[in-house]
Design a binder for this molecule. Structure first.
Ligand SMILES: Nc1nc2c(c(=O)[nH]1)N[C@@H](CN(C=O)c1ccc(C(=O)N[C@@H](CCC(=O)O)C(=O)O)cc1)CN2
Length: 285
């Protein structure tokens, strides 16, 4: 079977064009959306993601503010950067790029973001809103996955979805998002402690591989005709980046979101969407 490609890069480009129109309308009304990023340390992946996020902002007309701190930045240094962005009117939304260096408490830092400026939907109040099914910014990767599937008309209602990975940015919130009445999927959330992974993935219409374990999802884990999204990234012993889906799985899938070129660009497009949604809410006040 030749898998259809769920092209996240092209889809993100289309979304950015839609957002550019909305940003222009906001600017005409005197509201300038501004995205802030806080990057601590010199992890090459994080540096590259942050750079791409600012490039995206420029493409759609969102102002960007960049705060880069050294790897040895103290808890107080990060707190003070967050306090500045919380009070800066030019910043309508911001993110703390994850992961943070190990000496910093990620959850404590996310809780310091003004929930109204939480462009990643990772503040505990906004994650609580997701649990309670109340409106609020949604975590970017889960929102991007649902948007990509919708734009390719992949049916979600009644679908069996197996999510592999229980992280806070992808797996956990994705399960919540897909089980809302508006999506109506049935979700199985698997992780490194799952006894028989294949037993779960083989039942699924859609498999989301987000464990960060290179090549974890092989052909024997996939039901013929399933839709497969490769989300996880890890670095192999050879230093090369690898996705979670082994090349063999492509032969079984009816559609696949590749990595790179699938969910990653959608994550960035949904970050911009969260910023624009918030700026529009500000303009309505
Ligand atoms: N604060 C956050 N930190 C992290 C998040 C997040 O949503 N918020 N998610 C990931 C990383 N991530 C966003 O920051 C991210 C991952 C991948 C991409 C992307 O565009 N990938 C491209 C390849 C890019 C390349 O050439 O290297 C692709 O898949 O095609 C963007 C953002 C962890 N941290």
């Amino acid at each position: 079977m030749t898998a259809r490609i769920l092209d996240g890069k092209a889809t993100a480009s289309a979304i950015k064009a839609e957002l550019a129109v909305r940003v222009a309308a906001l600017r005409e009304r005197g509201v300038v959306p501004g995205l802030g990023t806080v990057l601590v340390g010199d992890d090459p992946g994080s540096q590259s993601y942050v750079k791409m996020k600012h490039r995206d902002c420029a493409e759609v007309g969102i102002t960007s503010l960049r705060v880069d701190l050294p790897a040895e930045a103290s808890d107080a240094d990060v707190r003070s950067a967050l306090a500045e962005l919380n009070s800066d009117p030019a910043c309508t939304g911001y993110i703390v790029q994850l992961p943070l260096p190990r000496h910093l408490d990620e959850n404590a830092m996310l809780a310091l973001i003004d929930p109204d400026k939480d462009a990643d939907g990772l503040h505990p109040l906004n994650l609580g809103r997701l649990v309670l099914n109340e409106p609020g910014p949604l975590p970017c990767t889960p929102r991007g996955i649902v948007e990509l599937l919708r734009r390719y008309d992949v049916p979600l209602a009644g679908a069996e979805v197996c999510v592999v990975g229980r992280g806070v940015t992808v797996g956990r919130p994705l399960g919540l998002l897909l089980t809302r009445r508006s999506e109506n999927s049935t979700v199985t959330l698997c992780h490194t402690g799952t006894r028989d992974l294949a037993e779960h993935t083989r039942r699924a219409d859609i498999v989301v591989a987000a464990a960060g374990v290179g090549g974890l999802v092989t052909a024997d884990l996939i039901r013929e005709g399933a839709v497969v999204l490769d989300v996880g990234v890890s670095r192999g012993p050879d230093g090369k980046l690898a996705g979670d889906v082994a090349p063999s799985a492509w032969e079984k899938a009816s559609a696949i979101a590749p990595n790179p070129g699938g969910v990653g660009p959608m994550t960035r497009a949904m970050l911009l969407s969260n910023v624009v949604d918030r700026a529009e809410a500000l303009a309505r006040r």
